[in-house]
Design a protein around this ligand. Structure first.
Ligand SMILES: C[S@@+](CC[C@H](N)C(=O)[O-])C[C@H]1O[C@@H](n2cnc3c(N)ncnc32)[C@H](O)[C@@H]1O
Length: 145
């Protein structure tokens, strides 16, 4: 199941179809900060969302997931890597500027910060990985306590 705004449905379903995944995937349109999208999940991927949502929105989403995961369920946050001091790499700094211009509170957040938000939402830190197939990105995984 992939949740995004309803107007993203045609593009997402087209992508699934192009990858031969139409039978194994389901798009659910709505607002993941307010709509009911079910519960009892074993795994949720928060992919490229926290740079868009910013701290308040990301924390709200992670808390909603904390209430909806199955016991032991995992949340994986994939986003753009930046050092803890946010001074490098410069590409992340440039991206943060565009997020500041075009989103409400978005930016670039270090993996350590994403892990802290997960912990606050009830997830024990399981791993942080530099992604080789998405260079300049991290994957932080937390497990529902
Ligand atoms: C940077 S894109 C990432 C898209 C996709 N997850 C990916 O990794 O390619 C951010 C997405 O978040 C969606 N989005 C932002 N706020 C949302 C909300 N409150 N409810 C549902 N979708 C939202 C936008 O429509 C947009 O498609």
């Amino acid at each position: 199941m992939l949740v995004d705004r309803s107007n993203a449905g045609a593009a997402i379903e087209g992508f699934f179809a192009g990858e031969g995944l139409a039978e194994r995937t389901r798009f659910v349109g709505g607002d993941f900060l307010s709509d009911d999208f079910g519960d009892g999940f074993d795994l949720a991927l928060v992919g490229n969302l926290i740079h868009n949502l910013g701290e308040a929105g990301s924390r709200a989403l992670l808390h909603r997931l904390g209430d909806r995961m199955a016991p032991g369920g995992r949340v994986a946050i994939k986003d753009i890597a930046v050092q803890d001091d946010r001074l490098a790499p410069t590409s992340a700094g440039r991206f943060a500027v565009s997020m500041a211009m075009f989103t409400d509170g978005g930016g670039v957040f270090p993996a350590s910060e994403a892990a802290a938000w997960l912990a606050d939402a009830g997830f024990a830190h399981e791993s942080t990985t530099d992604l080789s197939r998405a260079p300049g990105s991290y994957l932080v995984v937390g497990r529902k306590r």
